[in-house]
Design a protein around this ligand. Sequence first.
Ligand code: SAH
Length: 343
Amino acid sequence: MSELGRLIARRIALTGPISIADFMAEALGHPRLGYYRTALPLGASGDFTTAPEISQMFGELLRLVELGPGRGTLMADVLRATRAVAGFQDAIDLHLVEINEQMRALQRAALAQATPTWHARLEDVPAGPTLLIANEFFDALPVRQFEKTPRGWVERMVGLAADGETLRLALAPGLTPYAGLLPDAPAGAQAEFSEAGRALAATIGARLRRDGGWALIVDYGHDRGGLGASLQAVRGHRGAGILERPGETDLSAHVDFAALAEATAMPTFGPVGQGDFLRRLGIMQRAETLKKRADAAERRAIDAALARLIAPDQMGTLFRVMAVGDDRSAAPVGFSDTPSDTT
Ligand code: SAH
């Protein structure tokens, strides 16, 4: 059992079983031991300093926001690709929402020229017109799980085995008040529900409605939530039990895009498959251009990467792309076969 596992077991011993969503929030976000935190307190305080003068220019600037930027690779590519857009780089003010100190250090190194500001929550990013991107972020937000019994929907909880310390899944004794939000299903069916995902989508929608802008959400998941339990655990690139070694194990669940779209209360486009999205954006032509200046080994690597990104049996279909916007006049590029800027 991990240290965090023992803490969670103690909490359950004191207060009773907790929901899977609460378990996930602890396992990933516990301030000291969570998987998405670092145990190294190195430089922790420095990251919360905000850029002092930027606040005076809120209204003039475009917030470029990324949720969970990882190593900062996507944003570095965005900045490189937009260098040629007149005025864009001068207008943007880069904000990164990230709770992992080691990731923040990598982002700082990758994005140094753009002088980003880091935040723990989207709510802390200053108001203003916003372009937001989130790649594989929503899949890490806590989900509740439910099982349909002959009596009705019951929540699956994290409790303790008879030894009083081993974590174990068990059904709550009574019917769940979430039943009204779950689909009709036969006994034995399972369902998931992410309050955190819906709340974040609502925050994004409210921000875009108030200040204008666009959000692009990319993740693996379903266009319609439907039934099933998708929560999975990965440790050292291998599947693991979801209750095993919390804090040392990654947990993620399929994203319910219909639920997110509804929560934004804004016009949305897609979701479309990542393969279709990237093809409409011109990834084939881009690959050809890159291959022209590549040697044979590099060309093979480019083809392999291309297949990985767009092939239906790889990331092309399971990964979905959804845009949230403040204007319904035309679908943004990538969401329809006719690019909106050429018709
Ligand atoms: N977008 C990157 C990384 C995805 S992994 C990529 O596609 O490569 C998820 C990222 O979100 C990591 O950087 C992780 O540290 C961060 N993260 C996870 N949960 C978070 C939370 N609740 N708040 C802020 N950042 C979080």
